[in-house]
Ligand binder design. Sequence first.
Ligand SMILES: Cc1cc2nc3c(=O)[nH]c(=O)nc-3n(C[C@H](O)[C@H](O)[C@H](O)COP(=O)(O)OP(=O)(O)OC[C@H]3O[C@@H](n4cnc5c(N)ncnc54)[C@H](O)[C@@H]3O)c2cc1C
Length: 385
Amino acid sequence: MPFPQWTDQHRAFRDSVRRFTQDEIRPNAERWQMEGYFPDDLFRKAGKLGFLGIRFDPEWGGSGLDYWYTVILVEELVKGRDLGCVVGLLVQCEMATSVIHDHGSDELRRDWLLPAISGEKIIALGVTEPGGGSDVASLRTTAKLDGGDYVIRGAKTFISNGTRADFITLAVRTGGPGPDGVSLLVCPTDMDGFSVSKRLKKIDLHSSDTAELFFDDVRVPERFLIGKEGSGFHYIMGSFQGERLVLATMANALCRDLLDDTLAYLEERKAFGKTIASMQIWRHRMADLMTELEASELLAYRAADQLVSGDPEAEVGVSMAKLYAAELARRLILDCGQAFGGYGFMEECYVARCTRGVQNWGIGAGTSEIMREIISKRRMGSRRP
Ligand SMILES: Cc1cc2nc3c(=O)[nH]c(=O)nc-3n(C[C@H](O)[C@H](O)[C@H](O)COP(=O)(O)OP(=O)(O)OC[C@H]3O[C@@H](n4cnc5c(N)ncnc54)[C@H](O)[C@@H]3O)c2cc1C
């Protein structure tokens, strides 16, 4: 593919993630999913190799690289075939940490970001609440100042890394209603009043722990505020760009992996005396999927280019990339499953296992409906209701 222009440095980085994936994830993937767990040590191993702070300032333990390296990281990790552990790692290196890096005080960066980048401490991102996730500006968990502490009361749900996190980047309401009442706090999980109320049972991504969390007058010092009070909503929206592109890249990488498996199977499998790959309906279906996947990859690469160059159109580019990749994944995974016939319903078949996760692609980090809202507001501003 002529775009992007990968350099030798990109290729060396890709080789290093590939080795990590092949040595540490792939051989354990099925077991971790069956056991519903991957070891905490994986965070430390990824941290040692510099995978958890790719874009962060070297002063805070990061590698000072750009978003293209995050794209490579995601593309290679997905090949480990345990998306649950990929989600856990990506929350750590991208979703929960970037706001601390970009807006936190030096003390927060030293005490919380540095150990997250090294993998010594595990982090979660707490935004979604039992009452809703899409409408972040309406969140209800409160944090009231009292004698130099914020006192947190409320609940969060669907929180990845939620049962094992040492601390949470937590979205709370410190002011009145609406987006300007939202702030972000670092909330350690060993504080009185914090509890994991439930480890949630998912239909896929079994190795990632997903939890409902409860905050019963949890006190955290005022200095644990990330950036300015009342700016949390805007910080979250800013960091959503990287997060959404991570998910678009994950979806594309998974589609590429599944399509490769499916093409190989169609070449080998015979019916009525000829290979399935020789049948026109399958040739055309595969041709459509290959074309759409290249379109999806190019949209995601364009969005990465926009993020790296600081293009003001990045938000709409990222939303388009996420929407397209998520909706393609939902169709492609099921079409590939169909190509495998009965094997496409068997646990041993990776494509079959992935059909369980189809629903998730249009949900995490902003649903497909929310992506359409963003795109239409940006491109049809004057005509919105
Ligand atoms: C596996 C997994 C891991 C997750 N990890 C985390 C995590 O680590 N941290 C975290 O904070 N959250 C996490 N989430 C939560 C996720 O971000 C939310 O599920 C998502 O934002 C949607 O919120 P909701 O589920 O409350 O749906 P709702 O907001 O209740 O939406 C319900 C439906 O209504 C639609 N809808 C909402 N608003 C509109 C609108 N304006 N126009 C049209 N349709 C609309 C939605 O698209 C959706 O189809 C995770 C979710 C999953 C499944």
